[in-house]
Design a protein around this ligand. Sequence first.
Ligand SMILES: *Cc1c(COP(=O)(O)O)cnc(C)c1O
Length: 370
Amino acid sequence: MLESKNFKKINKEIYTSINDVIKKGQFILGKEVRYFEEKLASCLGSKYAIGVNTGTDALFYSLKALNIGIGDEVITTPFSFSSTSDAIVMTGAKPVFVDIEPKTFNIDILKIESAITQKTKAIIPVYLYGQSANLSLILKIAKKHNLKIIEDVAQALGSKYKNSFLGTFGNFGCLSFFPTKNLGAFGDGGAILTNSSTSANYLRLMRIHGAKKMYYDYKFIGGSSRLHTLQAAVLQVKLRYLDWFIEQRRKIADIYYNNLQFSTFIKLPYQNPDSFHSFNYFTIRVKKKRDSLYKFLKKNNISVSIIYPKPIHLFSSYKFLGYHKGIFPEAEKAAKQVLSLPTDPYVVTERTGKKITNLIKFFLKKNELE
Ligand SMILES: *Cc1c(COP(=O)(O)O)cnc(C)c1O
């Protein structure tokens, strides 16, 4: 089952890798960054990977690379981390939301076309909890309307659609190495995947103020967004075990599937046959008393989370877009029902996985919800 002795081995390799960086002292864009970028790109089947500061920056700079800004519209889902639409707004463009399909929690492809206008430049599908959206159809729509695709792969690194890794289908694939993600750093980190050498060169300059030669020659105005050498040192080790980490996540998911399948009050995650789910989260729908179940599990020291309790269009920060309550019924319903069980192999062992399912069963029985 879950092999805890592996963690000791991995941690030891990480400490050695960190120590090497400290000894050399090249903390900004040290050679570990380039090494990790190359390994990451080849491991996922992309030509280039560019390390940046966060997943949010990966999205922002991808939009910039497509020259998206004031006057443009970008289609995305309201049921995501606010990062996805924040990146759009920060370029000056306008996010246009499309409701989700209830089964996968991802953007509803049947509703995308009616949201397209003359101003639409791109679509950002988000692969929530680790499962792909229906990419064949999204690619078809994008081609028909001449739109770009930026994939938000923050929760789905290592997941596949029809045998190819997510992040390699669109113009850009945006990754996050936030500690809770499938490939977690010891802090913040992100990367952009692309097959375009022009874009890769642009992004490598963009993350260092557009400087061709620092302090002498600046090609354009850019930001300061590099993947830290220390994080790259951690990530290059963890990347070697990515398959193993995901296998562990899927084993934890199996514990939940096997032990929770009999309740009618709980809906287990649907798995699209075309996609390989990495289970960044195991998100169930709880039809009644979701908040009490959440509190009950928290009280028992289980690291459950509600991802997300509110769709983005209902945030006060997004009032200016003029959306009202009820406009995206599926996203709003999901926000009331979802509960994400932990799948982090550093946190969940076989024993804790079973404990979680037993606690849920106990709760259902106590509340006569079986
Ligand atoms: C984590 C996450 C991001 C980016 O997060 P950062 O913290 O900026 O690395 C973007 N989108 C989604 C869906 C995420 O879960």
